[in-house]
Write a protein that binds this ligand. Structure first.
Ligand code: NAP
Length: 293
């Protein structure tokens, strides 16, 4: 397939580009800067210059492709307003990409987080939360899945809180950044809350499998670790950085504080059984040993 990808220069997207190219697909990749275009070209993809706000370019990319994978997101968590702007930008981009694919039966894969369900691991059948600071992202994903009734083979890959590679990425990466800034490896609450995780190289395989064979309107979980206690994550980060490990107020994590404090284990049993996906790369606590002081 000739695949148009957004976010192909990111932590997850670069793994997805490599996975696609290694399995007989070709890739056209949105690039918002010269350096991203150069990196994408070096990886073997054809760059298409533009950004998420550039809707005509998004439509042009989708129109040339046999399938679309969307991963780009402007991760500005500094203020609630900045986050809301990024969520709105992504929603408009997804709507433009989707319009281009109507009545084509082409695959359109987007990304969301795994949901949290009190007292148990969430499954692929659980609905996404539509409230909270990133509730708008869920609504955008649901609009994409609704395109199944309009001739689009739409699907969502739901990612756990941390998608990591070489000790970097996701919520654990944000904990590491916060620890470096504050001189303490902190966690909100009592630290027993669990976050799911997956290695980016394993998540990339799932994106390819979903592109190749997921039925329209379906959601999948790219979860390897069902849930690591946040205190255990902070402990590895503190040891690697030589910093004390302790509970800190939730507001230190900005608009994401309430999400950081939530217990949110997640399962991928249905995804593994149905698509034959099997994670093979290091789990989070092992991968965090790659953090350099
Ligand atoms: N990593 C995780 O643990 C995790 C967990 C759950 C969900 N997710 C979601 O998975 C997706 C990919 O995450 P990631 O960790 O790979 O993120 P990342 O490393 O921050 O990469 C983001 C990608 O999006 C591109 N991008 C950002 N803003 C853009 C804009 N306005 N226009 C065009 N491109 C733009 C970036 O381009 P440049 O390279 O040019 O900056 C980069 O390719 C995101 O939607 C993220 O929210 C990630």
């Amino acid at each position: 397939m000739h695949v148009f990808i957004t976010g192909g220069s990111g932590l997850i997207g670069s793994a997805v580009v490599a996975e696609l190219l290694g399995n007989g697909h070709t890739v056209l990749a949105l690039a918002r800067s010269d350096s991203s275009a150069t990196a994408l070209e070096a990886a073997g993809a054809e760059p298409l210059r533009g950004d998420l706000a550039d809707l005509p370019t998004l439509r042009a990319g989708a129109s040339q492709a046999d399938g679309v994978i969307h991963l780009a997101f402007n991760h500005n968590f500094s203020t609630p307003a900045a986050l809301a702007e990024a969520v709105a930008e992504e929603g408009a981009a997804l709507a433009a990409l989707g319009e281009e694919l109507i009545d084509s039966d082409r695959p359109f894969i987007t990304v969301s987080g795994t949901p949290s369900v009190p007292g148990r691991a969430s499954t692929e059948a659980d609905p996404l939360p539509i409230d909270g600071p990133v509730g708008g992202r869920s609504r955008s994903v649901m609009s994409v899945l609704d395109l199944a009734s309009r001739g689009v083979r739409s699907a969502a890959v739901r990612l756990p809180r941390t998608v990591h590679n070489e000790g970097k990425g996701g919520f654990a990466g944000l904990l590491t950044d916060t620890a470096r800034r504050n001189g303490v490896s902190g966690y909100p609450g009592d630290g027993t809350q669990r976050w799911p995780a997956v290695h980016a190289l394993d998540a990339a395989v799932l994106f390819r499998l979903v592109l190749e064979k997921a039925p329209a309107g379906t959601a999948w979980h790219a979860v390897d670790d069902q849930g690591d206690a946040v205190r255990d994550i902070a402990a590895v980060i503190g040891r690697r950085l030589g910093l004390p490990v302790e509970a800190v107020p939730q507001h230190m994590f900005g608009p994401l504080g309430p999400i950081f404090a939530t217990d949110q284990p997640s399962s991928s049993a249905h995804t593994r059984q149905t698509l034959g996906w099997q994670p093979r790369h290091p789990r989070l606590l092992e991968d965090l040993e790659n953090i350099q002081p």
